[in-house]
Design a protein around this ligand. Structure first.
Ligand code: ZN
Ligand code: ZN
Length: 357
């Protein structure tokens, strides 16, 4: 696993004329090495791959990163890095410009004389965009855990419950079944609050005859799932039914038509054109979807600005919505993987309008 990823990273470094790359983003460190500890660096040169961390991890790191040479960096990581680099021969060293603080950069510039520090953006993230079979298998399990959580919570949901209690119950359910945590702060937004696209659970008590929007996911073996379903507690009005059926039509249409080779803009238009045709385009303020994987929001985007071409192995969400201030909102979200000739849907919770309580 690690070797293949490091090999692909080396190809990227060669394209950029870099002799070595220092990785400080914890997610990228884990992606390349398998190491889950809270601190450390990955250093990759043309020939070598090192994992530098501290004494707390000297037992764990070699187990999790068997293809890396593990080095205890002691009290001064940059001195340890400098020694490894001088043994490997100096040259252009790439570093992750979004994940190095200015004081470190200044100190590194002084310590690493003879090495040119080159700011680099997104080099490992580019590799992470295309998931391999192993990653997709883990994401399938993360998605199934989200589905199980939804099935569990709809069995309990009723008027009089507090949003934050529902979120807590969902979190406990996920963690008791293997999740490290939820993949982001669980959204439970009821009544008028359901018009907030990102209404994290509050102290609001769920009333009668209103929407409850649930948007949540499991962070499971290093990967995220992300699922939204909107239900009605009590009796739906015609307005509830109308906007629900439009969002559902838009979401299903996108799932039926997203294909490899399409751009993010084209995928976004699949939902947006339908919602706009019904007159609710101004109430769908976000993109149709986003990449997900080790992080909840990754490349690519399905949005009006995204020229990324969808490619097999990409994992994205499809999540159109309509939000009417003062009334409520609906979003329906599934996780998909782009395949050679279409898509595979990872989440499978029911989508017909559920009327609870
Ligand atoms: Zn979501
Ligand atoms: Zn999402």
């Amino acid at each position: 696993m690690a070797n293949k990823r490091v090999h692909r990273l080396r190809e990227k470094l060669a394209e950029r004329g870099l002799k070595a790359m220092l990785i400080s983003n914890p997610v990228n460190r884990r992606y390349l090495s398998g190491f889950t500890g809270s601190s450390g660096y990955v250093l990759v040169t043309e020939q070598e791959s090192w994992l530098l961390t501290d004494f707390r991890y000297m037992a764990q790191a070699p187990q999790q990163a068997p293809r890396f040479q593990v080095v205890d960096h002691g009290t001064s990581p940059i001195d340890a890095i400098g020694e490894l680099l001088s043994a490997a021969g100096h040259g252009r060293l790439g570093f992750e410009q979004e994940f190095v603080v200015f004081s470190d950069y200044t100190a590194w510039s002084e310590s690493l004389s003879g090495t040119e520090l080159v700011p680099v953006s997104g080099v490992v993230e580019e590799l992470r965009v295309i998931k391999d079979e192993q990653e997709i298998a883990v994401m399938q399990e993360a998605a199934e855990l989200a589905d199980a959580t939804f099935a569990h919570i709809v069995g309990l949901l009723k008027p009089g419950m507090v949003e934050s209690d529902i979120a807590l119950e969902m979190e406990v359910f996920m963690r008791s079944r293997g999740a490290t945590s939820s993949s982001f702060d669980t959204i439970v937004a009821s009544g008028e609050r359901s018009a907030l696209p990102h209404g994290v659970a509050s102290s609001r008590v769920i009333g009668n005859n209103e929407f409850v929007k649930l948007d949540f996911g499991a962070y499971y073996h290093g990967y995220c799932s992300d699922l939204t379903r909107t239900v009605v507690v009590g009796q739906p009005t015609d307005k509830h039914k109308e906007i629900y059926s439009i969002v559902l039509e838009a979401q299903m249409h996108a799932l039926d038509h997203i294909r490899p080779g399409m751009t993010g803009v084209e995928a976004d238009a699949l939902t947006r054109d339908i919602i706009t045709r019904y007159g609710y385009g101004d109430h769908f303020g976000h993109g149709t979807g986003h990449g997900l994987g080790m992080e909840i929001h990754e490349a690519p985007r399905l949005s009006r600005l995204s020229q990324t071409v969808l490619t097999p192995g990409m994992t994205v969400t499809v999540e159109p919505g309509i939000y009417l201030p003062g009334f409520g909102g609906v979003r329906i979200e599934d996780d998909i993987v782009i395949t050679d000739n279409g898509i595979k849907i990872l989440t499978s919770s029911p989508k017909e309008l559920m009327i609870l309580g």
